[in-house]
Write a protein that binds this ligand. Structure first.
Ligand code: NAP
Length: 209
């Protein structure tokens, strides 16, 4: 079964690289697929690029890796998502990374779930830099990937995908926890960009016992 990734920028390509390296087929969906043909071909024979609509139709797991401004249009472009798992890797960033435009009594993911009729929305892959999605190896252990969604089966399936590419997948429970995960993404962004830590770090979860 393939994974579809809508968007082929930093996050889309990083996830596409990570999944194809583990033998998964990835179908990229883009408004202008031809623009990305050579970049996607470079990922090898398991990666394909097509229109957004065809990519959504192709898989039961669809990862949104697009600017937040594009999310609503994509959600509403499908009249019935037919129980597909819609993974929201986006963040509702304010211009200049000045903060978030959605929260704290809702989240981008919850707003997406209202628009994507019939989809099982899971928030994931939004809390760390794209480089960490392409390569999860750190000397101190596995970077964490917290995720949430109202459908337990969908959550488990996305946890399996995060684990497959080397993350320590952390179950945050219902989709309302995206209200915490989107600001958590800002913590990474703030450290990396505003505080000058750079992009070569990741958050991990320490456990006792
Ligand atoms: N960069 C990170 O480290 C990072 C980490 C975690 C989460 N995020 C979040 O992930 C999302 C993507 O970030 P990014 O850095 O990968 O962005 P990006 O490099 O700008 O890539 C965005 C991709 O989305 C495509 N796209 C734009 N509008 C679309 C539409 N209507 N339908 C389908 N595809 C569309 C773009 O295609 P065109 O080139 O044709 O416009 C491009 O391939 C953002 O919401 C961001 O906040 C980013």
């Amino acid at each position: 079964m393939s994974i579809s990734v809508i968007g082929a920028g930093n996050v889309g390509m990083a996830l596409g690289h990570a999944f194809t390296q583990r033998g998964e087929t990835v179908v990229f969906g883009l408004p202008e697929p031809e623009k990305y043909q050579s970049a996607v071909s470079a990922l090898g024979p398991l990666a394909k690029v097509t229109s957004t609509a065809q990519a959504i139709a192709a898989s039961n797991v669809i990862i949104l890796a697009v600017p937040y401004a594009a999310v609503a249009g994509i959600a509403q472009s499908v009249s019935d998502w037919q129980d597909k798992i819609l993974v929201d890797a986006t963040n509702p960033l304010a211009p200049g990374l000045a903060g978030l435009t959605v929260g704290t009594t809702t989240s981008g993911a919850e707003e997406l779930a209202k628009l994507a009729r019939g989809a099982r929305v899971v928030k994931a892959f939004n809390t760390t830099g794209a480089e960490n999605m392409a390569d999860t190896r750190y000397p101190g252990g596995s970077p964490m990937m917290p995720l949430c969604g109202d459908d337990a089966d969908a959550r488990q399936r996305v946890m399996a995908l995060a684990t497959l590419i080397g993350f320590d997948a952390v179950d945050m429970g219902p989709l309302m926890a995206a209200r915490y995960l989107e600001p958590f993404a800002m913590t990474w962004i703030h450290l990396a960009i505003k505080q000058g830590y750079g992009r070569k770090f990741a958050f991990g979860m320490l456990r006792r016992g």
